[in-house]
Write a protein of this length. Sequence first.
Length: 96
Amino acid sequence: MPQSLGYDCQLCERSMREPTTLHHLIPRMCHRNQWFQKRFSREQMLQTVPLCKDCHRAIHRLVPREKELGRYYHSIELLLAHPEIAKFVDWVKKQR
């Protein structure tokens, strides 16, 4: 069993030597939007997940619109359902 290096990415599940970054599942810019306030609790809007820098950059590159991220990709499962993100995660899991 490989020893953990310290920081685990919740998307690609790799253990990293450098700290992960926190990704808001519902982007902060959406928190004051009524559409989001009607559909999500405050706790849901504040939820973050630790991601490696590679995965965090890929998410924002592949889904550049914050509202689209918040509406359709507000969980790890939904992010992995995005075909391009899933393809990236499959590739990055094989990297060191």
